[in-house]
Design a binder for this molecule. Structure first.
Ligand code: 8Y7
Length: 276
C-alpha cells in the first residue's frame, strides 16, 4: 500500500485522463461537454482507474493558454458532478494556485502540476491545502519545450531536479508523504531522452517518493511505431508495463481498460519477486 496523506493505493495503479475542453461547435457546449465528461469518468472508473485526473488547459506543445477564471469554469462543474456519481479520488491537473484552491474545495483530492509548484504562489497554496501533489519535471515551457531539448545526462538532471524540488516542498511545509515524482515524458525531451528515463526509472524511485509516469499516446511512441496519435494503444500498454516493471507506482493513461491489463501483467512479476 502506498499512503499519500489520507489516501491509500494498492499500487501499481492507473490514473485515467479526463480532459475538459469546451465544445465550441455547439450552443449547449457547456452542457454537452459536462455530459461527455461524466460518461467518460464513469467508464474509466468502471474500467479500474484508481484516480481520475481532470485538466482544463491543454499542455501540448503550442497549445493556447487559458485564463484562470476560464480554467475554473471548465473544471469545477466537472469535479462536482463526477464527485457526486463516482467514488474514485479526483486529481486536478493545473499549475495555477487559484485553480488548485477552487478544485480542492469542489472535491479534488490530489494536485497534478506539470510545473512542480513553480508558479507564483503555487507552493504556498499546496502547503495550505495539504493534499497529495505530483511534481513533474519539465525543461522549458510547453509552447517551446520541444524545439531543442538538451541534457548532458538526462537521468541525472531530471533526478536532481526532482530531488531538489521535493526538498524545497518539504522545507516549505508540505509533508514528504504527500509527494509523488514524475520524469515528465515528452516535456522538453526527445524520444531518446524519454527512453533513457524509462530505462533508468529505478533511479527516480530512489528519491523515496512514489513515481508517476505519463506516456500514454505520446510522440515517442509514434516515433517508435510510426503510428499516429489515435493508433498508439498497443505501444502505450507496452510502455505502461515496462514502466511498472521498472518501479512506477502510478501510470497516467487515456485508455484505462487496456492499461489496467498491462499493469496487471507487469505486477504479476513484481508480486512473484522477479522485478528486482
Ligand atoms: C503528463 C501530465 C500530461 C505526464 C503528469 C499528455 C497533464 C500530455 N502529461 N501530468 N499531463 N505526467 N503528471 O499527453 O506525463 O497527456 S498532458
Amino acid at each position: 500500500m502506498i499512503h499519500l496523506g489520507k489516501l491509500a493505493f494498492d499500487c501499481p495503479v492507473v490514473i485515467g485522463v479526463l480532459n475538459v475542453t469546451p465544445d465550441s461547435f455547439s450552443d449547449g457546449g457547456r452542457f454537452s461537454s459536462l455530459d461527455a465528461a461524466l460518461i467518460q469518468a464513469e467508464t474509466m472508473a468502471a474500467e479500474g482507474a484508481a484516480i481520475i485526473d481532470i485538466g482544463g488547459e491543454s499542455t501540448r506543445p503550442g497549445a493556447d493558454s487559458v485564463s484562470e477564471q476560464e480554467e475554473i469554469d471548465r473544471v469545477v462543474p466537472v469535479i462536482e458532478a463526477v464527485g457526486r456519481i463516482i467514488d474514485v479520488p479526483l486529481s486536478i491537473d493545473t499549475s495555477k494556485p487559484a485553480v488548485m484552491r477552487a478544485a480542492v474545495s469542489a472535491g479534488a483530492s490530489l494536485i497534478n502540476d506539470i510545473r512542480a509548484l513553480r508558479e507564483d504562489g503555487a507552493l504556498e497554496t499546496a502547503v495550505r491545502l495539504q493534499r497529495p501533489v505530483c511534481l513533474m519535471h519539465m525543461q522549458g515551457q510547453p509552447r517551446t519545450m520541444q524545439e531543442k531539448p538538451y541534457y548532458d545526462d538526462v537521468v541525472a538532471e531530471v533526478t536532481q531536479f526532482l530531488r531538489e524540488r521535493v526538498a524545497q516542498c518539504v522545507a516549505a511545509g508540505l509533508s514528504e508523504d504527500l509527494l509523488i515524482v514524475d520524469p515528465g515524458f515528452g516535456f522538453g525531451k526527445t524520444a531518446q531522452h524519454n527512453i533513457e528515463l524509462l530505462r533508468n526509472l529505478r533511479q527516480l524511485a530512489q528519491i523515496g517518493c512514489p513515481v508517476l509516469i505519463g506516456i500514454s499516446r505520446k510522440v515517442t511512441l509514434g516515433t517508435l511505431t510510426g503510428r499516429d496519435v489515435n493508433n498508439r494503444l498497443a505501444a502505450s500498454a507496452a510502455a505502461a508495463a515496462l514502466a511498472v516493471e521498472r518501479g512506477a507506482h502510478f501510470v497516467r493513461a487515456h485508455d484505462v481498460a487496456a492499461t489496467v491489463d498491462a499493469v496487471k501483467v507487469a505486477r504479476s512479476l513484481i508480486d512473484a519477486g522477479g522485478a528486482e
